[in-house]
Design a protein around this ligand. Sequence first.
Ligand SMILES: Nc1ncnc2c1ncn2[C@@H]1O[C@H](COP(=O)(O)OP(=O)(O)OP(=O)(O)O)[C@@H](O)[C@H]1O
Ligand SMILES: [Mg+2]
Length: 365
Amino acid sequence: MNRAFRAKHETRMKHNLDILDNLCAGIMVLDKALCVTALNASAQALLETSESRCIGLHARKLVLHSKEWLADLEQVLANNSPLARRSMSLVLLSGQDIHVDLIITPLTGNSDETGLLVELQGVDRLLKISRDENLLHAQETTRAAIRGLAHEIKNPLGGVRGAAQLLARELPDEHLAEYTRVIIREADRLRDLVDRLLGPNQQLNLQQLNIHEILEHVRNLIVAETGNRATITGDYDPSLPELPGDRTQLTQAVLNIMRNALQAAETPDSCKITLRSRPQRQFTIGNKRHRLVCKIDIIDNGPGVPEEMLHAIFAPMVTGRPDGTGLGLSIAQSIINRHGGLVECESNPGHTRFTIYLPMDEQNA
Ligand SMILES: Nc1ncnc2c1ncn2[C@@H]1O[C@H](COP(=O)(O)OP(=O)(O)OP(=O)(O)O)[C@@H](O)[C@H]1O
Ligand SMILES: [Mg+2]
């Protein structure tokens, strides 16, 4: 092969790989021993894995309870004819159950290499994308209504407090001052609530930051809050590049989610939280597809979010705690949305996972 031809061939190969990585469908190639030889970005995202983890791995080790999945792969290999399955359930190594449409085709090309081509389309993910888009709109509308209401309350509240202070000075009798003190104290309490309803500053102070520094900072805060009794494990992917974000606000978002995990635990000693970071390629948030997002899981072993509340926990003022204001998650979601990202939750008793997705491929404001 002459040099010019080889260079052209390599460019074409690279171009083909780029095409594969930009496909929405997951594509995986297995050799005839059913070991992975290639998988594109969508397949990695769907199976929650990376190329480095699973090249050379047997298909049996990609999912839990792999009997049906293996039987299909072996059947195609034995019969040398393709097979399609609709909405097959696959249990990922994390325990998460996903549904995929599957096409398995025997690979017979010009080369001697035989094997299988597996096309995977995540059915859940497609449902989620449209749900996310509706969810993002609905949450933004609710937040705007609440912010409007909070403003309306804040102005007269200042007047009430000021008038109570003036009245206190004019009171002839000291024991009546207790009433004005009550008015001032309650007005202050309401002002704090209204400030939380208004949420953090709308303007983001963006800078390039290392997300692991934020996670470690929050981890130290929570450990200190529990007097070193909660167990918090960090499982970070150090290859994640820096991302544009507002340090204070991102810290607030992670803190709100972690504090909930702590509050849900029966005792601080029984509380186990895992913080996990991973890159995720080709991921859609709302109607926008990102080349690379940072995925942060905050997983706790507490009793879980009550099922009847799960669909509403990101809405403001929804709480399951007697002393809760129901604003923590709404604020966290709002902060992450403003970074162009999304927070999701999946909860079962003993395993609750909040996932933050933050785009890494562009500036968000
Ligand atoms: N990790 C978790 N485990 C179990 N339940 C949770 C978890 N995270 C959130 N929840 C439930 O979701 C509700 C809403 O959480 P959110 O942080 O928005 O409000 P809050 O904690 O009640 O009050 P605030 O954060 O404003 O003090 C909680 O009251 C709790 O019932
Ligand atoms: Mg909270």
